[in-house]
Design a protein. Structure first.
Lengths: 67, 249
């Protein structure tokens, strides 16, 4: 351990603001990359599923009308 | 499987989608493990720098993000080349799947650089060769992104992006050698393949771990986005319909 106490660790020898700002930004950017992909995948699946279902309903309606 | 067969199969997005099902999870897990340990090691256990004190700990994220931002651009350039020469569908998908990650890593590199520059150089920003060429990289990513949005026809958009990606790779050696060619405030490379590091091992080991971690993150993100892009572009085919119905992506 390079620091004697947790307070010293947070202070980073007076450079705490810069160090923590840089690390906070990194966490935000990494999470944004991970979460935006997850959301995009979910949105695609939901929309594609709706399209498939709509087609199925239309097909079923068409067969019913024919019979 | 021979090289030639692999080459032909890469032309089939479906084949790639099915075989890469687990890859994002493997790379993602490795990234989490490496980045957590490298960051904790660098933040709490590595000794403070004798000149810069503790602000040097920003290096453990600044260097990996800068490296991966450039590597991502190189991959984009290679994909552009493959698209232009062989009209490979998958290459076009790589070209668009890579942009969000590359762009955000370049922005992060510039931001962490600014935050490191303030206590070290006394300025958030200086117009020196390294910082300026890195800013150009960000604009190149913006350009590829904007081009894709601006051209409605997919094939035309892909080719335009490929040309820009390919031409833009000229900036990569400029970034790399900027600290040697010009007089810069930016320090030279912390790591080279040919020489022993000038730092003690306790200082460079966490950096190496984080560099590997961020490359795994790149792999996970690229593969995840690529797989989604494949589904989007092949949405009208029966096999994508089956995937959507099974809910297993």
């Amino acid at each position: 351990m390079s620091f004697d106490s947790f307070a010293e660790f947070l202070a980073m020898g007076g450079h705490g603001l810069y160090v923590w700002l840089a690390y906070a930004a990194t966490i935000v950017v990494v999470l944004a990359n991970v979460l935006s992909l997850r959301l995009a995948r979910k949105r695609f699946l939901r929309e594609a599923l709706a399209v498939v279902r709509r087609k199925e309903t239309a097909q079923a309606a068409a067969t019913e009308a024919n019979s | 499987m021979g090289i030639k067969e692999l080459w032909h199969r890469l032309g089939s997005p479906r084949w790639f989608f099915e075989m890469s099902r687990r890859w994002p999870w493997i790379f993602g897990g490795l990234a989490l493990l490496l980045l957590l340990s490298g960051t904790l090691w660098g933040l709490a256990f590595a000794p403070a720098d004798y000149q810069q004190g503790n602000s040097f700990r920003i290096m453990y994220i600044h260097v990996p993000t800068s490296l991966v931002a450039q590597s991502a651009y190189i991959v984009m350039g290679v994909a552009g080349f493959m698209l232009l020469v062989w009209r490979m569908k998958l290459a076009d998908m790589v070209l668009s799947a890579i942009v969000p990650f590359g762009m955000s890593m370049t922005a992060l590199s510039l931001f962490t650089g600014a935050v490191w520059g303030r206590p070290t150089w006394g300025a958030w920003w200086v117009w020196d060769a390294r910082t300026t060429s890195m800013l150009v990289l960000l604009f190149l990513y913006f350009g590829v992104y904007a081009l894709r949005q601006a051209i409605p026809r997919q094939a035309t958009a892909g080719r335009a992006c490929a040309v820009l990606a390919l031409v833009g790779t000229i900036n990569i050696p400029i970034i790399k050698y900027s600290v040697d060619w010009w007089l810069t405030l930016h320090q030279p490379a912390s790591f080279t393949l040919t020489e022993a590091p000038s730092m003690p091992m306790v200082m460079w080991m966490p950096l190496l771990v984080n560099v590997l971690g961020v490359y795994c993150l790149f792999g996970a993100n690229l593969l995840g986005r690529l797989r989604l892009e494949i589904l989007k572009r092949e949405r009208s085919t029966q096999w994508v319909r089956d995937v959507v119905l099974s809910g297993r992506t």
